[in-house]
Design a protein around this ligand. Structure first.
Ligand code: SRM
Ligand code: SF4
Length: 576
């Protein structure tokens, strides 16, 4: 195996090193099993690290103690992050109980809900990886393809029993997630001790091929008027079109993506284009055609240019539509009208169409742990023990307790009240809508704090908003520790993107419903300076805003200079 960052052959362009790893990996096996068994280090090789991502695992180290350990001449505090595959964010009460127990036994004492509606464990020592995966397997959960160059966790609106259209959309999301799973048995062999097939019958990856995709690939389903999944940020999106209470089909979107690098104009967030309308029974056919087009034309020489958004940006949307139509045999009809008005999760109690109830529970940054006066982990476990419905994780890192009968509603209310967790209505709309990525101490790419900085950021802005009489105005504020965009900050009305310790790039002016990216307002600023800078703007917004104008629209109209950097190249600022 080459250790250079690239390899070259006379005839072919230089492939990125990950491409070589994939092709030599015997369908994602590599040396993961022996690396995991090596008790002499907590780490695994870089190649195994890249390959184990396809199985939902990331090798990390505790950055809070990195320097101390270095000074002491010790190895870094290595541990895995494991991400569960959970299409549409649905977990049963029984699954919740098992995950909660596994966290106590194996991982750091908290579960983390992600911006793509799933669970993450942190701090998993390599000797515990198999135990964790076997424990999940017992309740039919896995982490296959939760990371890696494949179709990732498929997002879908989290309350399927609200009406039949929601249920159908959820089923389509699950069906595509299953269809797009890699066929390799590597995961079962390595972590679940299934008998080896490598070296026996040749394995075939009919959709992915031996080198999988050039890069990660993300799919989301949205049901207007809610754009809770931020459909325009997805590589592939399906916007449900309901007519007369029935699902008529989907408008298909392609080429969204948010990751970028500071100061590198060749990387940029991009909103998806709308390709056109398809009937509801054609989801997998179209999705496969989109995915294989990217498989065949995505850039395998430069991983910073390998997402679908760049393939479409470079080759044009008309070329892409033609390719998808010829591969699928389906001709797109003109997109049907739709309107997004919100991205917000419903909080508190709501009735479903089938008569049951659901409760939207706000969880700051999706972190489920017990802190003094706020025992979220205990409360949710107690609810899981009596709940006979499901839990639905939302794209905003919250939980919906779903499918609740009248009698269970009383019991759940009592548990929430006992633990002081019923104050949904007292929290500011800013807080209820805020997102932050994990960042320090586990994320190896973080340049600044995010999750740990959010409480202080919120407190400061809440004070400004309260003074301006805007406590209940839903303004979206999102923070990330680096420009990769894991909390989708470029779609926030106020976006903070980590640049260096204590310093953030500040973005303003996205549309609240997720259809316009924001623009750079300040390239590097501390939170305190940002509060000072934004205080008069927020006051002006309170006094001067036009009817129904959101904060992002106000900034776009009245604050941002015309030439402020657009966070989208070549695409219209408003996608719909
Ligand atoms: Fe992300 C990498 C966390 C959603 C764009 N993301 C990472 C890693 C794995 C860091 C790494 O590669 O070493 C982070 C692990 C942190 C930790 O300690 O847990 C990480 N991403 C997350 C999560 C957990 C953020 C959260 O707080 O919820 C989200 C998990 C989603 C999931 O369940 O699958 C998460 N990441 C996103 C999103 C939002 C989305 O998908 O809706 C994005 C932007 C959308 C997009 O993909 O364009 C996103 N993450 C990235 C990127 C930039 C990709 C790019 O095209 O440039 C990276 C870095 C990379 O891939 O090289 C990254
Ligand atoms: Fe890490 Fe950056 Fe993603 Fe935050 S945005 S989790 S810092 S990769």
């Amino acid at each position: 195996m080459s250790t250079d960052s690239d390899i070259s052959t006379p005839a072919a362009p230089k492939l990125a090193v990950n491409e070589v790893m994939k092709i030599n990996s015997r369908h994602l096996r590599g040396a993961i099993a022996s690396d995991l068994a090596d008790a002499s280090t907590g780490n695994i090789s870089e190649e195994s690290n890249q390959l184990s991502k396809f199985h939902g695992l990331y090798m990390q180290d505790d950055r809070d103690i990195r320097n101390i350990l270095k000074k002491e001449g010790k190895e870094k505090a290595f541990a895995f992050m494991l991400r569960v595959r959970l299409p549409g964010g649905r977990a049963t009460a029984k699954q919740w109980i098992v995950l909660d127990k596994l966290v106590d036994q194996i991982a750091s004492p908290s579960l983390r809900l992600t911006t793509r509606q799933t669970f993450q464990f942190h701090g998993v020592l390599k000797g515990n990886v198999k135990k964790l995966i076997k424990g999940m397997h017992e309740v039919l959960l896995d982490s296959i393809a939760a990371c890696g160059d494949v179709n990732r966790n498929v997002m879908a609106p989290p309350n399927p029993e609200r009406d039949p259209v929601q249920q159908e959309v959820y089923q389509h999301a699950v069906a595509w997630s299953e269809y797009a799973l890699p066929k390799t048995r590597a995961y079962h062999e390595i972590y679940l001790d299934e008998e080896l097939v490598a070296g026996g019958e040749p394995e075939i990856e009919p959709m992915y091929g031996d080198t999988y995709l050039p890069r990660k690939f993300k799919t989301g389903f949205a049901i207007p008027p809610s754009n809770d999944v931020d459909v325009f940020s997805q590589d592939l999106g399906f916007i449900a079109i309901a007519e007369n209470g029935k699902l008529a089909g989907y408008n298909v979107t392609v080429g969204g993506g948010l990751g970028m690098n500071h100061g590198n104009a060749e990387t940029f967030p991009r909103l998806a284009d709308v390709l056109g309308f398809i009937p509801a029974d054609k989801v997998n056919q179209i999705a496969e055609a989109v995915l294989t087009t990217q498989r065949d034309y995505g850039d395998r020489t430069n991983r910073k240019h390998a997402r679908l958004k760049y393939t479409i940006q470079d080759r044009g949307i008309e070329w892409f539509r033609g390719e998808v139509e010829s591969r699928s045999g389906i001709i797109f009809a003109p997109a049907r009208p739709f309107e997004f008005t919100t991205i917000e999760d419903p909080h508190g109690w709501h009735r479903n169409a089938d008569g049951s109830w659901f409760y939207g529970l706000h969880i700051l940054s999706g972190r489920i742990k017990d802190i003094e006066g706020w025992p979220m982990k205990t409360a949710l476990r107690e609810i899981a023990e009596i709940h006979d419905g499901d839990f639905r994780l939302t794209p905003s890192q919250n939980v919906t307790i779903s499918g609740v009968s009248d009698s269970k509603k009383v019991e759940i209310e009592a548990i929430l009240a006992k633990h002081g967790l019923t104050s949904e209505n007292n929290r500011s709309s800013l807080r209820l809508n805020a997102l932050s990525c994990v960042a320090l101490p586990t994320c190896g790419l973080a340049l600044a704090e995010s999750e740990r900085a959010l409480p202080d950021i919120l407190k400061k802005f809440e004070s400004v908003l309260d003074t301006a009489g805007l406590h209940d105005d839903a303004i979206s504020l999102r923070v990330t520790g680096c420009p990769n965009g894991c909390a989708r900050p470029y779609l926030a009305e106020i976006g903070f993107v980590g640049k260096a310790p204590g310093k953030y790039a500040l973005y303003l002016g996205a549309k609240y419903n997720g259809t316009r990216l924001n623009r750079l307002f300040s390239p590097s600023i501390t939170i305190d300076d940002a509060v000072t800078l934004l205080t008069p703007i927020i006051k002006r917004f309170a006094l001067e805003r036009q009817e129904a104008e959101g904060f992002g629209d106000f900034c776009d109209r009245a604050i941002l200079p015309e030439d402020a950097t657009f966070h989208s190249v070549g695409t219209p600022r408003t996608a719909v």
